[in-house]
Design a protein around this ligand. Structure first.
Ligand code: TPP
Ligand code: MG
Length: 581
């Protein structure tokens, strides 16, 4: 049977198990998806169509692939608007499939915008389909890229005028994806370094989640008796209530990072950015880097010990090797040290989490949120700004993707996409995202779509009438004092805006009302109605820090030294006041 190219493509997506495609019109593939019965999620704009698909790949750690379509061809406005979202997926290595409509035969002379060229630097692969019967071949190649190796976005350009192809002559079967295992000699060498350590630290990146290796991680950490630190993107890969967890950031994490003589890293690029630690005293430590991609070897630090391969296969090999040696004796002292460090860390934050002050202290909202959520059946993510910094400091994630940390770049507004995707991936979980004043503005145009599709998520808006820490306050002058203030709640009520497009909405001004309001919101969510809770909060831009290289250290050229006024704790100290982000 002959079939139109776009319809053949839609059927192939179905056979790949793609449950829905997020989109924004126009794209001829959208009509084919409709005709073939593939559910469509039409968001309020392209950036969000991409973000929701991206977030779906992230929250499922690539077990499902997010797919989106955007407008392109001679009017590439959609694809141009999507650029930021695709670049973000690229920076975070998220396996996302973007479909753009290609320029028809002979029409490329009418445009000076070259889609493929424009996206080569932010995609793993760009495929330009130029014949109908090649649709299966191109999609096969796309899914090979999406399911193998280091994840990353793929762009497929499918013109409208490809015509038809004979479906029976060009059948398609789903692509499984391939892994590669580590060199056994490298595994042995890595273990030798680990076992020679006095103070080893297991450093865990998101690669462990994408490799579906969280149970192997747990086994290995316990077998080797290692304190475990995760990157922001890997938050939750190791249960944060485990006796060996030192979390992501703040004094406890910093203590173990500084103290370690062997940093044993699995599934991380190890490159330090604004939202991760640098390795302090890297020159004096032994770093072992287990990663899927040689791109990250000898990148930010000189690599002397590496294990290249899939994180699950690598951890299995490490477990086998270590078990053969009988494992490592239980370290009661280590567990006590972690417990005491955690207690000291919490002693600082707990009073804020229980604060009765008004405007509400943002930590009170997060403390109460933790009281009402079942950590085994919930999903939390946060936006750029203090909501990210504060939740990632105190929120305890107990299950993989119980918290979505994201952001090599950290693009305002993405948290809503995270919550939508999580609800679609895990309908039984209570899904919550926390955002600030700037974040809300970045996602606003998409609330109508969330209500239209009856996606029962809760938006927590921490309203502090500005970009907290950018302006002056108890923390000092602020780092962007001319660009921080927005309307206060008295003149701009975002909950009213959300209500107007179908959300359940409330303003919350009293600390005692935080929990009751959350419960009401969750009840509405259970009925398929999204909820928007606007908490009138104080500016409190204090959070767990990131280690920066000491000024003058070999790697400090990665970061300019912070202005002293911006960093009362000295840049490499523990809990930090705001830095430019
Ligand atoms: C697309 C984009 N542009 C700019 C920024 C820089 N940025 C980071 S946080 C922030 C302001 C956050 O303010 P708000 O949402 O009110 O959160 P708060 O820190 O006050 O809780 C800005 C402008 C960004 N992260 N993303
Ligand atoms: Mg704010």
């Amino acid at each position: 049977m002959k079939i139109k190219a776009a319809n053949g493509f839609a059927r192939i997506l179905k056979s790949e198990g793609i449950p829905w495609v997020s989109c924004y019109p126009t794209n001829h593939v959208n009509n084919a998806l409709g005709e073939e019965g593939v559910p469509i999620l039409m968001m309020g704009e392209e950036r969000f169509a991409v973000a929701v698909a991206d977030a779906f790949s992230r929250v499922t750690s690539g077990k499902q692939i997010g797919v989106c379509t955007v407008m392109a061809n001679l009017n590439a406005a959609g694809l141009q608007m999507a650029y930021g979202a695709i670049a973000q997926a690229w920076e975070d290595s998220s396996p996302l499939l973007v479909i753009a409509e290609g320029v028809g035969r002979g029409a490329s002379r009418h445009t000076h915008y070259d889609m493929a060229e424009a996206f080569k630097s932010v995609t793993k692969w760009v495929g330009e389909v130029d014949r109908a019967d090649l649709v299966p071949d191109y999609v096969r190649r796309a899914f090979t890229q999406l399911r193998s190796g280091r994840p990353g976005p793929v762009l497929l350009i499918i013109p409208r005028d490809l015509g038809e192809y004979e479906e029976d002559e060009h059948p398609y079967s789903p692509v499984k994806g391939w892994r590669s295992g580590p060199d056994p000699d490298d595994v042995k060498a890595a273990l030798r370094v680990l076992l020679s350590a006095t103070n080893p630290l297991l450093h865990v990146g998101e690669g462990v989640l994408y490799a579906d290796a969280t149970s192997e991680l747990l086994r290995f950490a316990e077998l080797a008796q290692l304190p475990v630190l995760t990157t922001l993107k890997a938050k939750g890969a190791f249960p944060e209530n485990h006796a060996l967890s030192v979390g992501v950031r703040g004094s406890l994490a910093e203590h173990f990072l500084k103290k370690s003589d062997v940093l044993f890293s699995v599934g991380s690029s190890l490159f330090p950015n604004r939202f991760s630690h640098a390795v302090p005293g890297a020159e004096k430590k032994a770093i072992v880097q287990c990663t899927v991609d040689t791109l990250d070897i000898n990148r930010s630090y000189e690599t002397r010990h590496a294990v290249i391969g899939d994180a699950k296969l690598t951890l299995q090999a490490l477990i086998d090797e270590l078990s053969a040696k009988g494992g490592v004796k239980k370290k009661a002292g280590l567990v006590d040290e972690i417990r005491a460090g955690k207690e000291a860390f919490l002693a600082k934050f707990r009073p804020w989490m229980e604060s009765k002050e008004t405007p509400i202290n943002p930590y009170r909202v997060f403390g109460d949120l933790m009281k009402v959520l079942d950590p085994k059946k919930s999903f939390v993510t946060a936006d750029s700004g203090n909501t990210r910094d504060q939740t990632s400091t105190v929120y305890e994630a107990h299950i993989p993707r119980g918290y979505l940390g994201w952001g090599n770049v950290s693009t305002l507004g993405f948290s809503l996409a995270g919550a939508i995707a999580a609800k679609l991936a895990y309908p039984d979980r209570q899904c919550v995202h926390v955002t600030g004043d700037a974040g809300v503005c970045y996602m606003m145009g998409n609330f109508e779509a969330v209500a239209r599709y009856k996606i029962g998520i809760t938006t927590i808006h921490i309203n502090n009438g500005g970009y907290s820490g950018y302006g002056p306050g108890f923390w000092g002058a602020g780092h962007d004092p001319y660009t921080w203030q927005v309307s206060t709640h008295a003149s701009a009520c975002m909950a009213t805006m959300a209500k107007a497009v179908g959300f359940y909405g409330e303003d919350v001004t009293q600390p005692s009302e935080v929990i009751p309001a959350l419960r009401r919101a969750f009840d509405e969510n259970a009925k398929g109605r999204p909820a928007f809770l606007e908490f009138i909060c104080s500016h409190h831009p204090v959070h767990g820090g990131w280690i920066r290289p000491a000024v003058g250290a070999h790697y400090s050229r990665l970061f300019p030294p912070p202005h002293p006024a911006l960093s009362p704790s000295g840049g490499e100290g523990s809990e930090q006041f705001p830095l430019p982000q």
